[in-house]
Design a protein around this ligand. Sequence first.
Ligand code: VG1
Ligand code: CO
Length: 542
Amino acid sequence: MTKTIATQPFDDQKPGTSGLRKKVPVFQQPHYVENFVQSIFDALEGFEGETLVLGGDGRYYNREVIQKVIAMAAANGFGRLIVGQEGILSTPAASHIIRKYKAFGGIILSASHNPGGPQGDFGIKYNVGNGGPAPEKVTDAIYQRSKAITRYKIADIAAVDIDTVATLDVAGMTVDVIDPVADYAQMMEGLFDFDAIRKLFKSGFRMRFDAMHAVTGPYAKEIFEHRLGAPDHTARNYHPLPDFGGHHPDPNLVNAKPLYDEMMGPDAPDFGAASDGDGDRNLIIGRGIFITPSDSLAMLAANAHLAPGYSDGLKGIARSMPTSGAADRVAEKLGIGMYETPTGWKFFGNLLDAGMVTICGEESAGTGSNHVREKDGLWAVLLWLNILAVRGESVKEIARKHWEIYGRNYYTRHDYEEVDATRANRMIEELRAKLPSLAGTTVRGMKIERADDFSYHDPVDGSVSEHQGIRIFFEGGARLVLRLSGTGTSGATVRLYVERYEVATGRHDLETQAALADLIAAADDIAGIRAHTGRDRPSVIT
Ligand code: VG1
Ligand code: CO
């Protein structure tokens, strides 16, 4: 039986960089989840009898929301729902399942790299039929609907057993509870040379993968240890936990410090990697060398043809605007297109669908390709492994040679987290007002060429997205970018991105922060970050 329940809008259900993210207690308010899910359904058209994919990263409150969505999907008229066993699907696996089973769309429950637990974060994201995050016109429609909602529909049913792989009938809707790993692992076998990687492990190659007690654990165990023959304990922290073991599942150099320390230590394995809460990010560390995500994108693009899935070469590369220009040099050399998009994976979808690009990446440890429509942490790790197996060189050798060919983009990101939102907004507004007067001025001996607020014109559908980040370009190719995060849940996070290019014949062995010190100081001179935030240093440096 379907119930129609009267309700009232919440005023804070505006999706951010990737979906709606709030603290768990916010989601636990009566009707909060239901209102947002009904707003998603109300914003869509033509899903009667169609398939919906559902899964999450296993964080606290995942199971409760899974049950609500099942009951609401049935009441709203979906014909079939595919849900990962125990409510689990990594973000890239969900994207793949949507595509493979030609679903109408999918609901992914995750706050990605944000902490979990009863006082941690939760999130709900809608993905469209191409497997990718809903584009802005859909997220805007969802938000508008959330402000006007007066009722939601839900089937009056007992909790559905999601712990056993089975096909069930739930209030007239078919529910398929599936193994969350199998389809994904099979796709990876099709893209990469598993024989070559198996040989690599057989030869004694050692790898460490930190799943950070988040969703990639079961995927990593199955793929690296069972299918590729890596030794037991290659995957660490592989048990997904609702609170991620109390840790922060963001694989940056602060949260993944144990892995970093091991990789820099005397008995370091050959290769280290980590992923985030929902499995779409990757951190890559070779023995004695951290590879920035921007460099990783460039190096993967330059070597992708060594993997069977990319042996025909790449059609083009896309990167988010704050990501370094390292990949641009690869695209130039390959003679393929290069596209610069705003932050967030949703902007890559059109380019991928149109066949204009094959590989995409973001400086925030996101890399992916046209195999799905999300960034994909394990995919990036497997592509690295495939390249290492074929080239027979260390990560360090590959990086050094890359810089000798293309030059090096020294790059860092400084995050000021949980800053007072009013002060952060004021900082950006003041900076924006100053932009027209910056060109031609000199800061710390460096001349500013131009400065703007990035706006993106989608070459496929013509849509325009404005205010996507302040850019300040210096003579000689150095660049500063400042923007506010759209994924945080308390206060504001200021992100400062700093980049300087060193030619192929230049010095590539400088320490990154030292190499960028003048630019970092210039950023504070120009934007007054310390004065505005009241902080004397960033919370996280990557
Ligand atoms: C951050 C990153 C962005 C990424 C987004 C989602 O957004 O900067 O590159 O796409 O998180 O990643 P923001 O607005 O906080 O800078 V995840 O792993 O949530 O799916
Ligand atoms: Co993520």
